[in-house]
Design a protein around this ligand. Sequence first.
Ligand code: C5P
Length: 299
Amino acid sequence: MSVTVRVPAKVNVQLAVGAARPDGFHDLANVFLAVGLYDEVTVTPAGELRITCEGPDAAEVPLDRSNLAARAAEALAARYGLSPDVHIHIAKDIPVAGGMAGGSADGAGALAACDALWGTGASRDELLDICAELGSDVPFSLVGGAALGTGRGEKLRTLEVGGTFHWVFAMAGRGLSTPAVFREFDRLGEGRDIPDPVASQELIDALAKGDPDALGAAVSNDLQPAALSLFPELADTLAAGRAAGALAALVSGSGPTTAFLARDPESAAKVAEALRSSGTCRTVRTAAGPAPGATVLGG
Ligand code: C5P
């Protein structure tokens, strides 16, 4: 018997970052929107815990215990006194090391799949606790839709979304390390007073109304200057998308994927085509949000 869970990528429509905390993390006001690019995580009972992966970026996915999917299986098994002996297969469509929470998606997907396979009866809150231990973005991958994440991003409040938002994503030719981008944020802010992160009410209202123009005017990412400092060529990608009529162009999370909001599917296709021919990125994908969180398929 196998269980397959489909789990979405995300874009951060607002990422407000506070000063570094004593534990090294940063307090955030992190507005997540799940988008329709998915990984599928299948778990099957096996002699020992192992991971396989297929998809365009599969070669870049770690297949050892550092993979969040393996850590999710181990964490759930440990909590219920079970053995984590499953084969986890990841059909990967979310770009790797991109700022789209692909690794977090696989963690949440494996957790939901193992939970269904083993019939633990864990409550939603217990699963969310395990997600938060695995990483700051993992709880949102389980929940999907749109949410405001506070603390280090793991404390979620669901947000209403009143329409469909059309996005274009440009994948860069190399990766960016999330800790390195946060360190660069700290370095750029040295000697400056960093205000506490606050969610934008304007942005929350734009999501609730489903208004792409208002959302485009309200998006922001405090990590963008740090990502651009480490990866200056991303400015060319952002400029190419803006020139093609995107309502907003921003680095997604810690990057290096860049995200472009379009008014409708037609203008998304136009922005995607312009980015493809700009020569400033590796691949281009379109996706709409919100998308549902981790979902057991065919069950
Ligand atoms: O929580 P997660 O493992 O995804 O975080 C990866 C890294 O990103 C952390 O080790 C830390 O350097 C940085 N981070 C941070 N503040 C956050 C979330 C992540 O500094 N709120």
